[in-house]
Design a protein around this ligand. Sequence first.
Ligand code: ATP
Ligand code: MG
Length: 372
Amino acid sequence: MLGGGQLGRMFGQAARRSGFGFVVFGDQSDSPAGQIADHTFSAEFLDEDALKQFAAIVDVVSYEQENIPVRTVEVLQQYVPVYPGPALLKASQNRLLEKTALRSIGIPTADFLRITSAEELTEGVRSFGGDGILKTVTLGYDGKGQARVRSQQDMAALWSQFKTSEAILEKVVDFQFELSIVASRFGNGECRFYSPSVNHHLNHILDVSISPSPLISARQIRDAQQMAQGILEHFEVIGVLCVEFFATRDGGLVVNEIAPRPHNSGHLTMDACRSSQFEQQFRAICGLPSGDVKQQSPAVMMNLLGDHLMNATPERWASVFELPGVFVHMYGKAEARIGRKMGHLNVLAGTVEEAEAIGHEARRRLGFMSSR
Ligand code: ATP
Ligand code: MG
């Protein structure tokens, strides 16, 4: 696994359960994934000697975050298969390439413009009717590296703050809600889809995912699957990806972005499905058949950020473990900081409304003051 974060950890847990060995590259040995790995290579992603040593002891490689250099994957591919391959990685690292690739296969995205100067920004915002979202082309996550822009703003000042030679300006999509679908594709071309989830963000960070959601229509489920399949096939993916969408007010879908890996919004599959998104990932990359991705119960995923854990005590934790249908997943991070993803709760119940209420109760029991 390239990267040692929580997505690598949960992949490792799934693979280990079935008896696979698991090696991490590119993080500290006490990283969330490193804690459960057989071995960690704490080396730079472009250290070719270390990559060669890593490749020599593994049979297959995947990655758990998209900021791995494409070159790393290309080097490793000389020795060992890497899934998904560099094409999807490259597109998901660069918002311009990503949207251009999506458009080329007929998938709707927000209108966008490449911006390289304050003048282009001024003109772009005007052409979008006086409103837009300016984003860095690479390295944005959890809303970092983006700004809402309106035509009355000082574009020269904003542009110089961005400290970049290239950015993307997106038209603001007037969406009703946000949803995502996690999909997997196997060596024989077979594609599988989880039930899409509705996602609520707080301070630009995913807060709650709900599946199945009464907000999502049958047509939107079909469209989400079709678009995800188009993307899986276009990039010849073997592995798992997530497509995030805006649900527009006319009942349509617009793609926001692609994650070339399992996704935070798919964590509820760990308890609500027989084969989780991480099990699908190791099955796909190890040449095994798909598992059963059908959802077995209504489910809600609630993130536990540092914010939620500031007042937690062993007694408070114990009271969370008393709640029925609550599954606690913690990532082994030593330091809880505001906005840092420390773990999540999956809640299964008879209805998603009930699951969501139990989840908020769990956060309250941890001592978090403002969970609804
Ligand atoms: P992450 O990687 O955590 O998903 P990110 O930093 O890559 O986030 P985006 O997914 O591009 O950023 O945007 C974050 C959020 O900002 C979106 O989930 C959505 O709520 C809002 N947003 C982004 N682009 C648009 C747009 N064109 N129109 C309307 N809302 C948008
Ligand atoms: Mg996003």
